[in-house]
Design a binder for this molecule. Sequence first.
Ligand SMILES: Cc1ncc(COP(=O)(O)O)c(C=O)c1O
Length: 418
Amino acid sequence: MTGAFENTIFDDPILNVIHLLNSIAQENPQAISLASGRPDDQQCDPALIDKGLAHYKHHVAGTEQSLATLLCQYGKTSGIINETIATYLQVDEGITVSNPESIVVCLGFQEACTLTLLSIFEGGGVLLVPDPVFSGITGIAKLLGIKIVPVPMAAFLDPIALRKIVEALESRGEKIKALYAVPDFSNPTADSLSYHARTAMLALAREKDFFILEDTAYRYFRYEGAAIASMKSIDSSRVFLLGSFAKSIFPGLRMGYVVAPQGPGVMSFNTRLCKAKSLITVNTPALCQAVVAGVLIENDYSLKGLNRPRVLSYTNKRNHMLECLEREFPLKAGVQGSVSWNHPTGGFFINVQLPFVFGEAEMRECAQQFKVIVFPTTLFSLTNEAANQVRLSFSNATASDVTQAISRFRAYVESRRQ
Ligand SMILES: Cc1ncc(COP(=O)(O)O)c(C=O)c1O
């Protein structure tokens, strides 16, 4: 191999996380996997495809549009279901999209964030991310050559600490162009921003002239407490809303969207987003858009009802995993060397704090010798944060698998203590 292809950005471990999440289970077929944050197989209903399409066809029949052109031709770059998504955002989130053309329908969150980064970062600038953070954002930002500044999660959640970091960067001459946040139940740590932290972050963005990339992938999956307003609904002018239907309908559709900032005097990003999209994916597959629109129309433009049974099921799954942890690792408060974990109020993950470092080598050892796959939280970090943590996903494992998996994990932890 020529030197030009060695030690490049493609060798960066962050670019390998999604592949590793998908491949580790295949490499260890006898192991129970708590690694991947897939939605529950039981909740992925193929009947939604036929039903969605039928509702969409019925909807189009009531208009002057041609179904053949809509479904079979090259489509409009920004999408063919923008108005339906705008109505849905109004109904479920109280977000008013005054111009549906400020929505670009995308192939999942992943394309939405790629287009958004491309439209913002020409000519440099800094992207702030919490750390640890979903590698979908850091991986693509690295691939695009964007300078990323990781902010330890505790500081990210604390408006005073975050302001200090932003001001320190500014005083070093750095131009912060955007900040990425998952305000509801982040991946990997299931952290959320309080209402106060959301409004403070928006005020900071206005004051320091940067954008917020709001990822709402897990927003429906709250198991306790009252919902907190999305950042886009509080102030649209500073927020790119990056939406995904991967968890709220199902991921095989690869459907998501970006809603650009809106408001008086706010620059329109739609042309930039669409130019980038026209050269990357041309348009989002019409069939997938039709299914999503049909599902939304059938459900009166709300996904709350569709997700209610899912939320109940995930709540039970979370509770069961917490019970298994309590049984296998009886808490010895304050005792050195004990194992502890968070109590997520939503999302798909529990993070466990171990009395030792847990990285990729340990994950492989645990999978091969103890037949359970748990994912090192630190693989989502750019700074070796969370070196002692593992992310356990409860979304797609059965109760009996979780019972067995946590028991096997206890055996692994005991072997490390000896
Ligand atoms: C934080 C976060 N955002 C977004 C997504 C969904 O991305 P996509 O719509 O590309 O499947 C995921 C999926 O794992 C995620 O964890």
